[in-house]
Design a protein around this ligand. Sequence first.
Ligand code: DX5
Ligand code: ZN
Length: 221
Amino acid sequence: MTPFQIAPSILSADFARLGEEVDNVLAAGADIVHFDVMDNHYVPNLTIGPMVCEALRKHGVTAPIDVHLMVSPVDDLIRMFIDAGATYITFHPEASQHVDRSLQLIRDGGCKAGLVFNPATPLHHLDHVMDRLDMILLMSVNPGFGGQKFIPGTLDKLRAARQRIDASGLDIRLEIDGGVKVDNIREIAAAGADTFVAGSAIFNTDDYKATIDQMRAELTK
Ligand code: DX5
Ligand code: ZN
């Protein structure tokens, strides 16, 4: 696994040509496909579900699919995304009645588990469940929409999450989601992130490879 991973959010892709868009972004050097699931209940927007994940697998996508559940409740969709071929499944702790049980459900299904923190959600939700996590995802915008501006206070939260991961000695990825661009990715990495979701910054450009190359160049500066 490369130390830094780029995870384009298909929320900003052209849904009429989704298979092709995912092929193109992977050919352009993306590591992971970030898959945003919204239910118009936990967040005020509605997107895609397990059928689309399964369709991407049938289309031939073999890269990791990183399913970000912005839904409540979570357990039924966790089961469905396990069957649909998800690699990572992450959810927001306040959206589950039983966080430990939902995390176990993901790992028991053979997927990697993660918790997602909104800008105002405190990191204490990590207490008691660190050993059940493969990923911590910090939101740097309020969830629901692509194309929002990075909330600067997230940098301090990233540093705190990085400290917790390093102190635990566990193999947990630290992902950041929202407003990640070529011009801020370097300071986000310096604050401790190793996995970078970027939707509009990649899909709203004409040349995905050029954009991903620029992001990697920033990360290796
Ligand atoms: C927002 C989603 C993000 C979003 C990121 O709720 O979780 O993944 O697509 O989009 P950008 O990169 O445009 O901020
Ligand atoms: Zn997301």
